[in-house]
Ligand binder design. Structure first.
Ligand code: SAH
Length: 242
């Protein structure tokens, strides 16, 4: 089995085209999002021994016990974020850097925060290899956002949070078009929540179900809460939804 094909390998290029065709068939409608996925070699963001699986529609293990998200989920979340060419974007949970690379294709600038230094380092390396220069990767507790580069036009959280982290809303520009997308829930059930600025207030909408590793840190899940599968919606104040 070939496990160390170089970038630009024709086999991977063909698999990437097939992935984009599958996503289109699954009703990912944004041509900008599809083009960003078509331009991003996922095989470079997975451990070398897993490269043959890079274009399967699965999450895969990366360092530090974390995962690179499933391509379908990346596509759905990216589309839900509605990034514009002039957007300044914050991503929480850099992981492999794959989602950050896709955001970089769509946005003016991306700030991505990762709690595990070795993942941040690995992501920086791959992004540099690809010549992507509009992403800054920082090590820290992203449940508190990254105030130094705020305000943001879009914020994407790629780990499951118990509720909407207050610091993230504080760092989102209060203007029409601004958008926060975050999986809310525990180990067993999470749904994608989008928060937008409408008529002078933040409005939450719940979308489809997803499955992410936990957001840690101050506004994230503690180990015990996560592993006792406590359901978050009991303490989730849904101000604007009926
Ligand atoms: N977006 C990633 C996948 C994210 S997996 C990709 O494209 O590969 C979720 C990531 O969130 C993990 O790497 C995990 O370490 C990170 N994470 C969890 N809690 C965090 C926190 N409080 N701050 C920053 N990163 C966090």
């Amino acid at each position: 089995m070939m496990s160390d094909k170089p970038a630009g390998d024709a086999g991977f290029d063909r698999q990437r085209e097939q992935l984009v065709a599958r996503l289109r068939a699954q009703r990912i409608a944004s041509e900008r999002v599809l083009a960003a996925i078509a331009a991003t070699p996922r095989e470079l963001f997975v451990p070398p021994e897993l490269r043959p699986l890079a274009y399967d529609d699965n999450a895969l293990p990366i360092a530090a016990g974390q995962t690179i998200s499933q391509p379908t989920v990346v596509a759905v979340m990216t589309e839900a974020l509605r990034v514009e060419p002039n957007s300044h974007v914050l991503e929480i949970g850099t992981g492999s850097g794959y989602q950050a690379a896709i955001l970089a294709h769509l946005a003016r600038s991306v700030v991505s925060v990762e709690v595990h230094p070795e993942l941040a380092e690995g992501a920086r390396r791959v992004l540099a290899t690809l010549g992507i220069e509009n992403v800054e990767v920082h090590v820290g507790d992203g449940s508190l956002g990254w105030p130094d580069a705020a305000p943001y036009d879009r914020i994407l959280v790629t780990a499951a949070a118990p509720e909407i982290p207050a610091a993230l809303l504080d760092q989102l520009r209060p203007q029409p078009g601004s958008r926060l997308v975050v999986p809310i829930g525990g180990r067993d059930f999470q749904s994608l929540v989008a928060v937008t600025w409408e008529n002078g207030e933040w409005v939450e909408r719940r979308g489809g179900s997803v499955r992410f590793v936990p957001l840690r840190g101050e506004a994230g899940w503690s180990d015990t809460e996560w592993s006792t599968r406590r359901h978050p919606f009991s303490r989730w104040r849904r101000k604007h939804n009926p």
